[in-house]
Design a protein around this ligand. Structure first.
Ligand SMILES: NC(=O)c1ccc[n+]([C@@H]2O[C@H](COP(=O)([O-])OP(=O)(O)OC[C@H]3O[C@@H](n4cnc5c(N)ncnc54)[C@H](OP(=O)(O)O)[C@@H]3O)[C@@H](O)[C@H]2O)c1
Length: 234
């Protein structure tokens, strides 16, 4: 049997995708990778975000990445939405449904820490101090949620997977910025660097494309090996 060409095995051309929190950080990296590889991407962000500027940038990138033989080039479409509002989500669903016959990929990315991180030794910290980190607890809970959702949606063969990034420069986590509390941790990690756009998009394209179509209900660590040494730091 002939093997599938790589561009088809790991291709997202013509995919319809929704990316929440798509104007900054990891969401923006994922939007860039998708439009540059021929996907139609609904860039969802809070109304306060520079959605129009982001969409213009993404469409310029999509055009630049297209070739003459391309019959479809990537496209970004912006949509203002607060994903903590059920009514807003219903409106987003109606907006996409009115334009598309299907959705191939939902990247549920928005979900950030608003309070600033505090240093804490998990081996000696009192319980009250540990409980203050709702962010870390919520991120651990998503691992379980992914399996539950994958089980719930399995009868439709809608796959649910997640990526657990290590340190990736973003608005919420400005690693590399002067005085960042995590900067000295890189020396101790096997990769000895922060995560980059290709690390994140590479994982997304793998899970979303035909190459990953037999993967369901998993949490994939994209962290340069940090979890091997992190010792519980959030
Ligand atoms: N960066 C890392 O090292 C890292 C590591 C592990 C996990 N993560 C996860 O990766 C995801 C993306 O984070 P990031 O680091 O890329 O942060 P980011 O640059 O701050 O991006 C998050 C985006 O989500 C938006 N957002 C927040 N609440 C929203 C809401 N209710 N509705 C719609 N959009 C909303 C934010 O808008 P505003 O800025 O206007 O609030 C922001 O544009 C998060 O789930 C985060 O927990 C990141």
């Amino acid at each position: 049997m002939p093997s599938t060409p790589l561009k088809d095995l790991f291709g997202v051309k013509g995919y319809v995708a929704v990316v929440t929190g798509g104007t900054s950080g990891l969401g923006h990296m994922i939007c860039k990778g998708l439009v540059q590889n021929g996907a139609i991407v609904y860039v969802v962000a809070l109304p306060s975000e520079p959605i129009d500027e982001c969409v213009t940038e993404l469409n310029t990138l999509a055009k630049a990445a297209s070739t003459e033989e391309d019959d479809s080039i990537g496209l970004a479409i912006g949509y203002a939405c607060d994903v903590s509002s059920k009514a807003n989500i219903a409106q987003l669903a109606a907006f996409v449904t009115a334009r598309e016959h299907r959705l191939d990929l939902l990247v549920s990315n928005a979900g950030i820490r608003r309070d600033s991180p505090k240093a804490c030794d998990v081996l000696s910290a009192p319980l009250a101090e540990l409980q203050a980190s709702i962010y870390a607890t919520s991120k651990a809970a998503t691992d379980h949620l992914v399996r539950l959702l994958a089980a719930k949606f399995s009868r439709f063969y809608v796959r649910v997977n997640s990526i657990n990034p290590g340190f990736v420069p973003s608005k919420m986590n400005p690693v590399g910025a002067e005085g960042n509390m995590f900067s000295n941790l890189f020396d101790k990690m096997p990769a000895k660097r922060a995560g980059q756009e290709d690390d994140i998009f590479g994982a997304v394209i793998y899970l979303a494309s035909r190459g990953g179509s037999y993967i369901d209900g998993i949490n994939l660590c994209i962290d340069g090996g940090r979890v091997l040494l992190a010792n519980g730091q959030a």
